[in-house]
Design a protein around this ligand. Sequence first.
Ligand code: NAD
Length: 292
Amino acid sequence: MANTIRAEIARDAAALRAEGKFVSLACVQVGAKPESQMYVNSQKKLCASLGIEFHMVQLPDTISQTALQHKIHELNASPEITGIILELPLPSRLNTFIAQRAIDPNKDAEGVHPVNLGLLVYGIAHHAPCTAMAAYQLIKSTNVDLRGLECTVVGHSQIVGKPVSLMMLHDFCTVTTCHIATRDLALHTRRADVLIVAVGKAGLVKADMVKEGAMVIDVGVNRVPVPGPDGKQALTEKGKPAFKTVGDVDYDPVAEKVAWITPVPGGVGPMTVTMLLRNVVNAAKRGHGLNL
Ligand code: NAD
């Protein structure tokens, strides 16, 4: 699915370039952040392969809130920049919400500006948060009629849980949104025809917590130690402790029970970066006054 959408993005980007129009992503990063470097690298690589210009805007760790916003305003005003992403986390002394609000909503590649989040209430997803949109697109790709289905979303963050809950509500699902204070999580997950899990806790959802034949979208990304034959953590070829990436759902036993499930890695992740670049191309088209 990600590949099909990527081919459409490449075609649209080529058409814009052929008319001499800009289509580009500015990636704003404050300080060196090893944890977000992998995401930045994958954006850069995918931009190159799809014909979208990538501008790395590396800012010092010591930058002030005002200077950061000034830089964002400069990018907003530049006709060469059609999409902007602010890499998180920012240093704790900076206010993320205020910085995100400085991004022009029409260039908001991640769909995190309050205007774009607010539009979701009206069912308008021009610049929807990429991860929520990735989960939603995967669900829609099954062609299952969602009307009247029970949908449980575990996690209520601004970028995943809340927006995906609104998207599913828009399709007339009966939506339950769970979070850290939910008293009996299994009660809600067991009822779900569609279960979306976005928490960040490996093994949170076990097989006895899902309904037979359900659809499960695992958004979580967790690094867990790989056990060795002696029960201790295995070592890599270089002798370092070995880790692997898993989701929030206990994949193998759950997969035996359900009709649909996304793996981690390889499920929501590749779709998320694809949705980011689709937002960039759509923003460029809209910015150049073209119909979508
Ligand atoms: P977050 O930390 O902002 O939110 C976590 C949510 O989980 C909160 O709503 C919290 O109340 C809830 N929660 C915590 N413990 C819980 C529990 N025991 N039971 C029920 N709810 C609980 O996280 P986020 O930014 O929404 O990300 C969630 C996960 O998705 C993380 O693992 C993150 O790495 C991953 N993620 C993946 C992608 C991707 O592209 N695949 C993108 C973004 C985030």
